[in-house]
Design a protein around this ligand. Structure first.
Ligand code: DX5
Ligand code: ZN
Length: 222
């Protein structure tokens, strides 16, 4: 599978989102990472369903809307996100009791389903989900805020996921989120990450140049 960049909209210019999205489109970005925070699972509140819906309505199939729910009991909102146009719905293993069941409901509704683990969560906690998940998201910062420093110890989790995938012929993509920049993106690609989320390092200064720099590195792995 192709390795790709997923810019995190959390760091975009919300006053001129159309401009930021058109630059991403021109640079052939396919994945758009959309962070939803509820002020309970994480201490911050970000954007939600109407914003996602507006982006989908106005961009059609241009982007794969990679929706990261940092939300308690995400099962309450699966249908809402489906109707709003989410393509991938990723829930946190720490946010609900039966995450394997929630993943299967997400898939039944016609979306790709992701499972995410916080930095301090043992990766083995999600063993039962690996056979059913379409995507596994490894947090490399504490969720809730952009612009934090990458935690290198989570690379061990990526290696674990990569070997489990090879051993069992699982199909999930491995995604990483938090503190990724031009200087450490090689480290995550080297251990097997497929989808690289980057917020502040894409949207600060020149978006186009930032995307080009990321893609120049990522394409060497494809
Ligand atoms: C953090 C979010 C991230 C965030 C990443 O809770 O899940 O997607 O936007 O931002 P950077 O790349 O700036 O660490
Ligand atoms: Zn995220």
């Amino acid at each position: 599978m192709l390795k790709e960049l997923a810019p995190s909209l959390l760091s975009a210019n919300f006053y001129d989102l159309k401009n930021d999205l058109s630059i991403l489109k021109e640079e052939n970005v396919r994945y758009l990472h959309f962070d939803v925070m509820d002020g309970m699972f994480v201490p911050n509140i970000s954007m939600g369903i109407p914003v996602l819906e507006s982006i989908k309505k106005n961009t059609g199939d241009t982007f794969i809307l990679d929706t990261h729910l940092m939300v308690e009991r995400p099962e309450r909102y699966i249908t809402n996100f489906k109707n709003a146009g989410a393509d991938i719905l990723t829930i946190h293993a720490e946010a609900t009791l039966d995450f394997v069941e929630v993943i299967s409901i997400v898939k039944d509704q016609g979306m790709k389903a992701g499972i995410c683990v916080n930095p301090e969560t043992d990766i083995k906690k999600i063993d039962d989900a690996l056979g059913v998940a379409d995507l596994v998201l490894v947090m490399s910062v504490h969720p809730g805020f952009g612009g934090q420093k990458f935690m290198p110890y989570v690379l061990e989790k990526v290696k674990y996921l990569k070997s489990k995938k090879n051993e069992n012929n699982y199909k999930y993509m491995i995604e990483i989120d938090g503190g990724i920049n031009i200087d450490n993106v090689n480290d995550v690609l080297d251990v097997g990450v497929d989808i690289v989320v980057a917020g502040s390092s894409v949207f600060k200064n020149d978006i186009r140049e930032n995307v080009k720099s990321f893609n120049n590195i990522i394409k060497k792995y494809n």
